[in-house]
Unconditional design. Sequence first.
Lengths: 147, 563
Amino acid sequence: MPLFSEAGLPASYVALPFADWQQRPEWPAVALANTDPVEDLAPHVGRLRLVVLDFPKFSDGRAYSQARLLRGRMGYRGELRATGGVLQDQLPFMLRCGFDSFESEQKGFGEALARARTLFSVVYQPAEDGRAPASRLRLDRNGAALS
Amino acid sequence: MPDTLLYRPQHFYRYDSYDRTLVAERVEQFRDQVRRRLAGELSEEQFKPLRLTNGLYLQLHAYMLRIAIPYGTLSSRQLRKLADISRKYDRGYGHFTTRQNLQLNWIRLEDAPDALAALAEVDMHAMQTSGNVIRNVTADHFAGAAADEIEDPRIWCEIVRQWSTLHPEFSFLPRKFKIAVTGSPNDRAAVRVHDIGLRLWRNETGETGFEVIVGGGLGRTPMVGKTLREFLPKDELLAYLEATLRVYNRYGRRDNLYKARIKILVHEIGVERMREEVEAEYAATRDGALKLPAETIEAIAAQFAPPVLPARPPVSGAVEALRLDDPAFALWLKSNVAPHRVPGHAIVTASLKPAGAPPGDASAAQMEGVADIADAYSQGEIRVSHEQNLVLPHVAVEDLPQVYRSLSALGFAEANVGKVGDIIACPGLDYCALANARAIPVAQRISSHFAGLARQHDIGDLKIKISGCINACGHHHVGHIGILGVDKNGVELYQLSLGGDVDFGQTAIGTILGPAIGADRVVEAVDALVATYLDNRTAGERFVDTYRRLGAQPFKERVYAAV
């Protein structure tokens, strides 16, 4: 399966399935099913280098929540990879949830990834990409106008 | 006096450059997706969620475009544009829906991006009117005008609209997700039959906040929502919604399409467990980036500042004269005119249910006519109600005769709001790929049968709701009389239910009366139900009250003797 990343080719680790990884949690790479309890990674996020989250179908969106919990709540900073049903039209959502590498067989996926962050110059909600939502920008603009 | 301002202030949310940019970029993204679909680069399976979240359904005969009318509020300029779009890209009419949206039934896929670009010119879109996402948020159609209102719910609808639009985490939910908000003790937004219902109320300390209701819904498993949180401080709304949606996204069922709504999750784990899950998630996020700063709330609330209505006489000589002169006008005053919070003003409902017509339909010319009336007499503002009517929210009492005449000329002054002729019906088998039976022709036959206005007013308040299949878009479960179309070996039959209600504190799912009946028997059956009521009612009792007092038996006997 072709692998795409915004930051060039990521370092390669063999990700262990969650059950296997639980036996050796010092291993730096783990692959979760979208029903696995992502919270269990919390004590280990400083050591982990790769977490792979699965989309059994592109329409099954559970891994978006797992990704946000990993990035936002648990502060995971390593590579976060999407695998399974990964299509270019999901990229704007995936990038906002903190994914930064992608396995996809879709033709044109790499070109789409290069463009994905330019599709929307405005966002409405805080997520895991550090972008300020419109509501925040409005406050800053009004604050600047007043000072 | 008619107001002839060419430019007028808008009394609801006005897009700024951020909103316009996002909507424009969304149109261009969809244009590229349509191009790739037409070029064969996207399969229909891959394209489906993309078109659905841009409002484009594939129906029985053609694509249908469902346009979002957030919280049912439109300016006259926007309504004229809808008329324009229906002429240019459709067949010159549209259908207002039970979710305060507008559907155009004959759109070509190739034209859809241009139609969306035209919508964007008036700060509108069709985002998230379909698909497994947070849908267009609905509200009380009398918001900002009703005499009984605590606070304008549309402020919160707009805050939720922005938060939910292109939400990166919640764009592939187990199933669709509908949110409704009411700011009045008399719930006109049916908040107990939504995935989440929000009811603004004032607590003992005088603070307003939300009762959060979860897991209501109609469809094939109708359920009345349960209270998840008795009182939620308003600035915590988005954090609480995000927590609830996250629990649903992670744990909602995805193995069975018919068990995927949040109501099934709540039913299976119980509301207490649901509350624990949501509160645990919420505790971890409540003080984060979603906490609403007072300035943000104030800035949006300021956009909904009510129009300054000049004091007008509460009683008008012209109105009283016409009331005596024209019995139809007298009835219209009773059924189609509601009290306004400002004395000397009124809320007028334009009935899109003239006897024998498809409920909720309006031609382009009718839409333009309503826009003209709104400009002249209602601050240029129009509302869409979930009962598929249009509302003129700010009409001076002394202008009522002119408004009545103007609406009459359009065919929208039928004095039947809330009466037997004010029927809700889904598009049914005439348009919809899911339907088992027709709904619109049944509504047309019933409203023709009860065409006499004096008789309708004698029968009084009676809500008939018709769905063409168990997905219940016609809300039959909550009709005083519910009519559900079913297919039995290729024959369209109709199942009757009684006693449904969406009034706050009374919300109930109707009870099936007995075996389904043939299409040609529906009118007789409804007639028998009405006759049973008329024979048994006590003073002041509505149809549904008599049913509650007597139970189904007398109604059942008469119906099945008649059919």
